[in-house]
Design a protein around this ligand. Structure first.
Ligand SMILES: Nc1ncnc2c1ncn2[C@@H]1O[C@H](COP(=O)(O)OP(=O)(O)OP(=O)(O)O)[C@@H](O)[C@H]1O
Ligand SMILES: [Mg+2]
Length: 276
């Protein structure tokens, strides 16, 4: 379903955000992408929905090469790519149902779409999506009257209404308190499983990622340093993802003495060696 091969992104200022990312994923998988700030997680998601020009490598989604598409081809491809942002990106003054219907825009053609008219088929899909996140009773509320957790569930419904091949979520719970984060991530994972859509979630909370994802991809300095089950996230693996430069930090433990120094100081007591 998704094949990312040797993906590299160098920004115009010379920043190499992705060095070489190779990941493949199957339909229905729920994958948590973890890594330190600046690791390249958002850049990676932007490459998958074609918002980011790549320097090298390919992204193949359902047999189509996203990295080789023209802008009009990308526009068509994007209707199958659901995106969930940290800050929801709802149209605040519009009702919830209208926000969810915007997920159908890519499929709505003809004069009706020009006036924002969606026929009963589109409306049924939007209502079904709202029901999946348990917000049917909020369909006619203005979006700005919802709580943060409700807003994010509306944005999940909007993405699902796209009937996507892939769902990309960039830190979807970063603006929510810990309890709501758990509820919203649990909803996202449940709905993704119900509809069987491949889902990639950038997330900073390792415990949440482990609780709700089938698989974890750990990114550090633009490369994948872990790809496996959540249970495999041992301390040494977490060191590789989050603390790869710990010896370079000012308060890091001192590096062991070099062998040559030890040879030069063979008879000194341990305290003296430690003080060198
Ligand atoms: N438009 C840009 N121009 C230049 N450098 C950029 C640009 N966008 C991101 N970067 C750099 O690329 C690297 C990866 O950024 P990215 O936003 O993908 O990281 P991230 O893992 O999503 O971080 P965070 O967890 O903070 O969201 C960082 O060093 C960042 O400063
Ligand atoms: Mg990011």
């Amino acid at each position: 379903m998704l094949e990312i091969t040797d993906l590299q992104v160098v920004y115009p200022n010379g920043n190499e955000a992705l060095k070489s990312i190779t990941v493949s994923a199957k339909r229905g998988e729920i994958i948590g992408i973890i890594g330190r700030s600046g690791a390249g997680k958002s850049t990676l998601l932007r490459c998958i929905n074609g918002l980011q020009e790549v320097t090298n490598g390919t992204v193949i989604l359902d047999g189509e090469n996203i990295t080789a598409m023209s802008s009009s081809q990308l526009q068509l491809a994007r209707r199958h790519i659901g995106f969930i942002w940290q800050e929801y990106n709802l149209v605040e003054r519009l009702p919830v149902i209208t926000n969810v219907l915007t997920g159908r825009l890519g499929y709505n053609s003809g004069i009706g779409s020009f006036f924002g008219y969606f026929d009963s088929h589109h409306r049924a899909i939007a209502l079904d999506s709202l029901e999946r996140v348990n917000l049917l009773h909020r369909a006619n509320f203005r979006a700005d009257r919802l709580s943060g957790g409700e807003k994010q569930r509306v944005s999940i419904a909007r993405a699902i209404a796209q009937e996507p091949k892939i769902l990309l979520a960039d830190e979807p719970v970063a603006s929510l308190d810990p309890e709501l984060s758990m509820q919203v991530l649990s909803d996202l994972a449940r709905v993704a499983r119900e509809v069987g859509v491949l889902t990639l979630i950038n997330i900073h909370q390792v415990e949440l990622a482990s609780a709700f994802c089938d698989r974890i991809v750990g990114v550090a300095q633009g490369v994948v340093v872990y790809d496996g089950l959540p249970e495999g996230l041992t301390e040494p693996i977490l060191d590789r993802i989050y603390r790869f430069d710990k010896n370079a930090l000012p308060h890091a433990e001192p590096a062991p003495l070099k062998e040559s120094w030890q040879r030069e100081l063979p008879n000194l007591p341990n305290e003296a060696v430690a003080g060198v």
